[in-house]
Write a protein that binds this ligand. Structure first.
Ligand SMILES: O=c1ccn([C@@H]2O[C@H](COP(=O)(O)OP(=O)(O)O[C@H]3O[C@H](CO)[C@@H](O)[C@H](O)[C@H]3O)[C@@H](O)[C@H]2O)c(=O)[nH]1
Ligand SMILES: [Mn+2]
Length: 739
């Protein structure tokens, strides 16, 4: 590859470079191969131990216990093999934006930016418009940019906020351009060190002027938000508010559609007389008798409406909390689409989802550090990263269902835009528009899956589209992670359930993928699709060995036996590698420990419910749901989040499971210790040391739960959950021991 680049560089240097770096900074491919082989050998020996040591005497407990362990170990071993595909060949990419500007300044395509919001209570309008403003201020020709806000709540307050933003943008965009502001979300900029820097420089008059404009706007919007209505005065000035007269609820209303900045009119100028990007508000029609398909439905309506207004060849999709943190990202993405060599094959460019509100040791491990820093680079190496919703640039034609074709063949597509009558536009966003069409199936984002993004990306890859993962030094987008344990678990339930449904759908990588995507990429997709089923072996491994410990049934080889070696080696090297990987990705040791805890919690609660709900759905008893993650936290919750204290505070079956498991292991461990003391049995732990260690580690990792039970603050474990868990844990131990 490097040779290829070298040769090419002598002719026309490319605008992007998919630098294939085989882990240059960590471990070479050869070493990795040897290391992985030794682990695999260890895994095989563990399997061999299970098969060759099936207990015959009854004091070793019922036979199913042993076979259950064999099944769990088979699962974990094979799953580990799958995860290796995501680590095999990592690709790191770079772009040459100066070349792009030099060569293609005149041919830059139109870019339509879609922002989705769905609930002003948990996605505050101020946050939404900050994201919109950051997008409007991209360093890109404004006449080629259009920003669309989809509001699934159909809220007049959100519309009002956008209206205010459209005025503020006239000052904000020239300000950004003049002082080369970064980041371009006003809220993020005003609290960043770069704004202090600007203050220190002489221009602070302009800074304070724009800050004042912003604060005034913020006050007006927040007042309206608190009151829950728009003042008469504003309504009379802006006739479009009368659209809301017919509004009855967020599930039952007409299409509200307003082009706030229309580049075809002369009014669309900023304070310095430059063009502004187009700005559109859309709340698609909602009726109780029509299923609205959540974000996928909103995106498809946006695709249609935008095709009639601007019809940009490139579509960028961001969640309402994911503001642009780098004004050059559009150009970065275009370096891939317009690359002379490989650009034609590229269907989408995914940036990592990075987050602003992660704490140092990430209590809930929500930044998905290893996935962003390692696995997705590995997926890119296997032929393409997942589409993960936010921070993704798509080619419009491909997203709409076309097969991959040459980039240049579609030039002229944008000419179709710009001819519209308001009533016709509204029809494009109506409930009945999609009846008897391919929307949601062959066209646009797919319906019926809680991870509409992943399934849509996969189907694009089946059609021959390649995807690119671009992870620049400066984060391209910054969003908000959940700040409570429950929200984290619920979010992961949605994701793992969605991924499992993909596995069972007609787009399953397991069978539909054969011959359509590379075997390596199939393996990568499978690691995510099989997240949820991990719950069963994990539950087994966290319950049965501990109960057997209490009962005195030995399940693992003694420390002195040679069979101990594969167990010790596999456990040690797997976790040592995982820690190293976490540290390479920029995390802390405590962060890694928290990450391990979250894997355990996700596997024993989120994934379990994901499996149950998938089965229920397969039987036809329920429909897909989409629980939106809250982007705001109460004061107390926020304070505890900053202190990295685990937040419970609510009752949930997920917490009951987690607490029961934590208590069960505690009871087993203490019970065993007491028994050991009473019988004076030295060496008792000798034959059971691995089991006792497993139980001890489970206790250590569950410390936040014991702490949660004993805490007194609002975020403590609810008493009812504790009581229920004690009852279940103690009865499980008693019953198991007595039979
Ligand atoms: O009916 C709905 C529900 C959600 N949304 C929007 O979808 C986005 C994502 O919702 P969020 O609750 O923040 O979910 P996350 O789990 O953080 O989102 C990730 O996972 C989702 C799929 O599960 C993808 O849709 C997202 O793009 C991806 O960032 C937000 O902007 C919402 O406003 C809608 O527009 N309509
Ligand atoms: Mn989100």
């Amino acid at each position: 590859m490097s040779l290829f680049l070298l040769v090419r560089r002598k002719k026309t240097p490319p605008v992007s470079a998919g630098n294939v770096v085989f882990d240059s900074d960590h471990m070479g491919k050869g070493k990795k191969w040897v290391f992985a082989s030794t682990i695999f050998l260890g895994i095989c020996m563990i399997w061999a131990y299970r098969v060759s040591h099936v207990p015959s005497e009854p004091e070793h407990g019922p036979i199913w216990v042993w076979f259950g362990l064999l099944a769990a170990e088979l699962w974990f071993g094979l799953y580990w093999v799958l995860t290796q595909a995501c680590r095999w060949s990592l690709i790191y990419r770079r772009t040459f934006k100066d070349r792009l500007s030099r060569r293609y300044e005149k041919d830059l395509p139109g870019v339509d930016i879609f922002v989705c919001t769905a609930d002003p209570a948990i996605e505050p309008p101020m946050m939404v418009i900050n994201t919109v403003l950051s997008a409007m201020a991209y360093d890109y020709p404004p006449e080629k940019m259009s920003i669309y806000l989809s509001d699934d709540a159909g809220s007049d307050i959100t519309y009002y906020a956008l209206l205010e933003a459209s005025e503020f943008a006239k000052h904000w965009i020239p300000f950004c351009r003049k002082f080369m502001v970064e980041p371009r979300s006003p809220a993020a900029f005003f609290r960043s060190p770069s704004s202090d820097q600007l203050c220190a420089d002489s221009e602070n008059e302009e800074l304070s002027a724009i800050k004042k404009l912003y604060e005034d706007m913020k006050n007006r919007i927040e007042t309206a938000h608190e009151l829950g209505r728009i003042s008469e005065d504003i309504c009379s000035k802006h006739k479009e508010f009368s659209q809301w007269d017919s509004y009855s609820s967020r599930r039952d209303h007409d299409t509200f559609l307003e082009i706030l900045i229309d580049r075809t009119t002369r009014k669309a100028m900023d304070a310095e007389g430059n063009a502004l990007p187009t700005l559109v508000y859309m709340a698609r029609e909602k009726r109780p008798q029509y299923f609205h398909n959540f974000k996928a439905g909103a995106m498809n309506a946006l695709i249609r409406v935008s095709s009639a207004i601007s019809n940009g060849r490139i579509i960028l999709n961001v969640d309402c909390d994911m503001y642009s943190n780098n004004s050059e990202s559009i150009k970065d993405a275009l370096c891939f689409f317009m690359d002379e060599e490989r650009g034609d094959e590229i269907a989408y460019v995914q940036f990592p989802q990075s987050f602003e509100n992660v704490t140092r040791n990430e209590q809930y491990s929500s930044s998905l550090r290893v996935i962003s820093e390692v696995e997705f680079h590995g997926l890119d190496g296997q032929g393409g990263v997942l589409y993960i919703g936010s921070g993704c640039f798509h080619r419009r034609d491909i997203l709409c269902g076309k097969k991959i074709s040459r980039w240049s063949e579609n030039s002229g597509i944008e000419q179709n835009g710009g001819i519209y009558k308001p009533e016709e536009l509204k029809k494009l966003a109506s409930c009945s528009y999609e009846e008897n069409t391919e929307w949601g199936r062959e066209m646009g984002l797919k319906y019926g899956c809680p991870v509409e993004d992943v399934i849509t990306g996969l189907s694009i890859q089946y059609r021959g589209g390649r995807s690119v993962y671009f992870n620049p030094k400066r984060n391209a987008f910054l969003g908000i992670v959940p700040t409570t344990l429950l929200q984290s678990l619920v979010q992961h339930k949605r994701w793992s359930e969605g991924d499992l449904q993909i596995l069972l759908s007609r787009y399953s990588p397991a069978w539909h993928g054969v011959g359509r995507i590379s075997p390596g990429l199939t393996m990568c997709y499978l690691t995510y699709c099989l997240w949820a089923p991990n719950c069963l072996p994990t539950l087994y491994y966290t319950i049965i060995p501990s109960l057997c410990l209490l009962k005195g049934i030995s399940l693992f080889p003694e420390v002195t036996s040679p069979w101990f070696i594969p167990f010790g080696y596999v456990i040690f090297s797997k976790y040592a590698y995982s820690l190293a990987e976490y540290l390479w990705s920029g995390g802390t040791v405590l962060g890694w420990w928290n990450d391990q805890r979250m894997w355990l919690y996700k596997r024993t609660s989120s994934y379990l419910f994901a499996v149950i709900d998938t089965v229920v759905k397969l039987l036809g008893f329920s429909e897909t749901a989409f629980v939106i993650t809250s982007k705001v936290a109460e004061e107390g919750v926020a304070r505890r989040y900053e202190k990295e204290m685990m937040e419970f505070g609510a009752t949930s079956p997920m917490f009951t499971i987690l607490t029961t498991l934590a208590l069960l292991n505690l009871v087993c461990f203490l019970g065993t210790a007491v028994k050991g003391l009473v019988s004076g049995g030295a060496g008792f732990f000798g034959s059971m040391s691995l089991q006792a260690m497993l139980c001890a580690v489970l206790i250590l990792i569950n410390v936040p739960i014991y702490h949660g039970i004993l805490r007194k603050d609002e975020g403590k474990m609810p008493i009812s959950t504790t009581v229920a868990s004690i009852v279940v844990a103690v009865s499980a131990c008693t019953i198991f021991v007595s039979f």
